[in-house]
Design a protein around this ligand. Sequence first.
Ligand SMILES: [Zn+2]
Length: 245
Amino acid sequence: MLTALIKGVRSRPIPGTVGQCPFCNSEMIPRCGEIRLHHWAHKSKVDCDPWWEPETDWHRDWKNEFPLSWQERVFEDHDTGERHIADVHTLAGLTLEVQHSHLDPKERRAREAFYNNMLWVVDGSRLKGNRNKILGWRDALTEISHGGQQTNLFLTCEANELFPSDWLESSAPICFDYMGPNAETSSAPTQLFLLYPGSVRGSRLVEPLTRNGLLRAIYSERVDMSAVRGVLQNVSRLRLSKRRC
Ligand SMILES: [Zn+2]
C-alpha cells in the first residue's frame, strides 16, 4: 500500500514510523529501501480486503499517477455492510482498479457491480500467450473514419485473438498495458489499448492510447461509464462502410 494513517492522517511511508491500514486498522511498517518504490507493508493482513493483491511497482506506479487523496479509498455498501478499498477513486466518481494477477470471473463481476462506474487497468504482459496475441494488433484493428476524418477509434472482429480471453466479458472498460512487469520490451507495444465493453454490430471497439492520453481521458471524465456508453451509441449510429463480422 502507498498510504497508511499516522495519527489519523493519510501519509506516505516515513522511515521509523508505524502506520495503520485505512481498511483493516492493523499495523503497517514503512518499507523505504532503494530498489522498490517506497510503500507500507501489513504486519499481518489476515483481516484486510480479500480483493487485495500483492503489489508490484507497476501497480504502484499507476496509483501514483493520481493525487494522494484519490488513492486507496475505502468504500462501504450501506445496505449490505460490504467494504472494499479501491486503488484510485477520482473526484468525478470513477474507480480505477489495477490488476496484475489472474482474476476469477466471479470476483471480476462482483467488483464491477460494487464499484459500478469503473475502469480496469490490466497487466497484459503477465502471460506469454497474451504478450504474443497483441503483436498482430495492426492487422486486426480497422479504424473508423467519419466525415473524411480518422477517429482513433477502431473496430475488431477478432477481440478474442488479440486480448486475454478472461477479460472479454467485462462490463467495464479495460485498459491493457503491455509494459507491465513481464514485458518483452523489444517487441511489446508501448501504447495502451482501451477495450470498450459491449459491442457495435458484433464488433468490439478499441482505442489505442498513450499513457498520458489515458490520464487526460480520466481527468477529463471521458472514460466514465456514462461517457463510454455515449461513445458506443455514437459509433453504432454511424454508417460504417468497413467490413463486418
Ligand atoms: Zn489492511
